[in-house]
Design a protein around this ligand. Structure first.
Ligand SMILES: [Zn+2]
Length: 319
């Protein structure tokens, strides 16, 4: 993830392309009808295995050959699961000039022509020696891949369609000045706005840094109130309410470009990734490796996300 600030208001907006718009137009909003209730089991070990596979591409900085390989790897995993997938290449200006980056998009259409976006970045922070980014950005990518696999495998057709968005270029390289970082999410939000498809997006749920063995979500202040409530309801139902704190800080992360175009969004993040509870000393260091994340934390994240989806996307309402 990028950076955190206390008590500041979200900033400006951006705009751009069409591959996603084409996808949204082509995919039908209906198909076989399945009972949508009861998706509750999430396999943390499988999600961990996805993280293990992803961090073979380390570092996977935006615009580098390893970044490309990571994107293709994620794309191939989605295809293996039978999920409709797309590689969305784009060029964006960074503080170090133009870079070619690539988002990976997976889609499971719902009964309605509306969508919920589940997001994770997959690039790594540049300039850190021996950096795996197992937590930032492996953990959320692993959870999202396993969610895509198990929902597709369940045969359940969601009421609201699901877009799995794997963002490139989240990490900033120049002290988070405007235009630095969030490249993939800004690109996707721009596409949605220009095509008008942003009106079809019910919610955007971002996962980031969800693998810490001591998993404590710190939901940033710049998250949409309704989604915060859905999340707390989900946590309560699963007996996991004590894992969540509502932070009074805002966080500049991939959910922000969606908030800026009027899409309700939330960042499910544990921004205390450290050697002891309360510390964040593993963040953006070589200590962000596989041994410092756990399958159990990935499983908790998967179960929470699935429960939120049960509440807002998977179950039929009023049909
Ligand atoms: Zn980061």
């Amino acid at each position: 993830m990028l950076n955190a600030f206390s008590w500041k208001t979200p900033g400006s907006r951006n705009c751009g392309l069409m591959a996603l718009g084409v996808l949204l137009a082509v995919l039908p909003g209906c198909g076989s009808v399945e009972q949508a209730n009861g998706l509750t089991e999430f396999d943390g070990a499988r999600a961990y295995a996805e993280v293990e596979a992803l961090v073979q591409f380390s570092p996977r900085d935006a615009g580098t050959p390893a970044g490309w390989k990571a994107a293709k790897h994620i794309f191939q995993r989605l295809e293996t699961f039978g999920v409709d997938a797309d590689l969305d290449e784009f060029v964006d200006m960074t503080p170090k000039g133009k870079k070619t980056m690539i988002n990976v998009i997976g889609m499971i259409p719902g009964k309605k022509r509306e969508w919920v976006i589940l997001g994770s970045h997959f690039d790594t922070m540049p300039g850190i020696d021996n950096f795996q980014g197992a937590n930032d950005s492996g953990s959320s990518t692993g959870v999202l891949l396993e969610l895509a696999r198990m929902i597709q495998a369940s045969g359940v057709q969601p009421d609201i369609g699901l877009i799995f968005a794997f963002f490139d270029g989240e990490e900033g390289i120049a002290g988070y000045i405007p235009g630095d970082g969030l490249h993939g999410s800004r690109h996707m939000a721009r596409q949605l706005l220009e095509s008008g498809d942003h009106k079809k997006i019910r919610a955007m749920i971002l996962l980031d840094m969800v693998g810490d063995k001591d998993l404590r979500f710190t939901i940033p202040y710049n998250s949409s109130r309704d989604l915060v409530q859905e999340t707390l309801n989900a946590a309560h139902r699963l007996g996991l309410r004590d894992r969540f704190t509502l932070s009074r800080s805002i966080i500049t992360d991939d959910h922000v470009p969606f908030l800026e175009i009027g899409i309700p969004a939330i960042d499910l993040i544990d921004f205390k990734f450290g050697s002891e509870p309360g510390l964040n000393d593993h963040w953006h260091t070589e200590a962000d490796h596989l041994q410092n994340i756990s399958a159990e934390s990935l499983e908790i994240t998967g179960r929470i996300t699935l429960q939120i989806l049960n509440q807002i996307a998977l179950q039929q309402k009023g049909d």
